[in-house]
Each structure stands twice: as C-alpha cells, then as structure tokens.
Ligand binder design. Structure first.
Ligand code: IYR
Length: 222
C-alpha cells in the first residue's frame, strides 16, 4: 500500500466574478465555432502542435490516475492508405448490410457514406486506444477503472485543444475498428476507441446545417 502524499494545490487561479462571467462567455463563444469537418486540406500540421494537444489530453481526470489511454499519431501516407482501405471495407458493410434503417435515417442529415477520402487527405490521424488493464514488464495485469469514461474525457480535451490551436477534427468511428490494432501494431489489451482526423479544412469545406439543443433542453437546475 502506498501512502497518500499531498502537496498544496499548485496552480489554481481565482478570478473576480465579473471576470469569470466574461471568461465563461468567451469560452462558449469560441467552442461553439467548433464544427466536425469531413473535407480536409492536405496541408501538413507541425508535429509540435499535435504533441501539445496530446499533452493537454493527457491531463484529463481519469480512474485512479491510471491514464488508460494510448494515442498513435499517423502521418505516414502508406499507413494512412492502409487505414483508409480497411475502414472503407468495414464502412461498406455497415452502410450496405449491417446498419438498421433506423440508424441510416438519423445519419442521413450528416450526408455520410462508406467513402472516406479524408483518411488519406488529412495530414494527421490520431488513433485513440483504451487500455482495459496495464501490462507490467513482468507480465502482471493491473486493472484500469472507468477506462472508457476516462478516454472519453481525454478525447474531449483533445478535440477542444485541436480547435483551440486553430485546426479542425473529425471523430471517426469505423465499426468494428480491430484493424487498427493490426495496422498500428498495438497489443490486444488495447481497444480502439476512436480515430480522430486532424488538419486544416479544405478551402471549399462544407458542413451539415444542424443545430445544437438549447440549454433549457440539455440542463435542469434544481
Ligand atoms: N461509422 C460510420 C457511421 C457513422 C455513425 C455515426 I453514430 C455518426 O455520427 C457518423 C457516422 C461513418 O463514420 O460513416
């Protein structure tokens, strides 16, 4: 048993209430500009930017601080091509055979299909893996708690960091995603969670005309 060790809260900053209000409003104004983009430019993105976005993701609150995530950043064109081919194969099966009509109906406004050119066009793909347990060098397994929730939170921070840096992203979930372990050489105790496509939008990028639910619908104050 390791005993807890505490240090004074290192970097908390309290702002005057008026400044907090301005900050909260300004953050909302900025994050509501974020759109999921499917039309990417092939302009390269400096690796340093992706590294800082991943460092930000790695600060996420998570179960027992086990940090049950792994991020594989792919910019190599040959690997991107392999991912595209494997994803499109799954997606063709999804759109033409597996997806129930009910699912296809709610996807219709997004205009998605099995064609995923962005997996090759975009400069950066970040494959995000969930580790349901850690594997110690001696082969012992250490269970991770709330692994999926933790990786979901880290992914939210990553998406926010990418937006904040001035890039766009697409949360892509080819299903099933097991091919990512194979192509990227990840061990079987890591489960693919999401493929985050990151880059600049294409000059003529369009997005679906959709709206977010208002606060009154998404929140209750008691
Ligand atoms: N994985 C498919 C289908 C898809 C599913 C949902 I839920 C979306 O919000 C969007 C797409 C695809 O990526 O096309």
């Amino acid at each position: 048993m390791t005993h807890p060790k505490f240090i004074p809260l290192p970097a908390y900053r309290e702002y005057p209430v008026e400044e907090m209000k301005t900050r909260a409003a300004a953050f909302y104004a900025d994050i509501k500009r974020r759109r999921t983009v499917r039309d990417f430019s092939n302009r390269p993105v400096p690796r340093e930017i992706i590294e800082d976005c991943l460092r930000a993701a790695g600060t996420a609150p998570n179960g027992a601080n086990m940090q049950p995530w792994h991020f594989v950043v792919v910019s190599n064109p040959a690997i991107k091509r392999q991912i595209r081919l494997a994803a499109e194969e799954e997606e063709r099966d999804f759109y033409h055979h597996r997806a129930p009509q009910e699912w296809l109906d709610v996807l219709a406004p997004l205009g998605t299909d099995a064609h995923k050119p962005f997996l090759e066009t975009a400069p950066t793909l970040i494959a995000i893996f969930v580790q349901s347990y850690a594997l110690l060098p001696d082969g012992r397994k250490v269970k991770h708690y709330y692994a999926t929730e933790s990786v979901g939170i880290a992914t939210g921070i990553l998406i926010t960091a990418v937006h904040h840096a001035g890039l766009v992203s697409l949360t892509h979930t080819p299903s099933p995603m097991g091919f990512l372990n194979h192509i990227l050489g990840r061990p079987s105790h890591e489960r693919p969670f999401l493929l985050l496509v990151v880059g600049y939008p294409a000059e003529n990028a369009t997005v679906p005309d959709i709206i977010k639910k208002p606060l009154t619908e998404i929140a209750t104050f008691l």
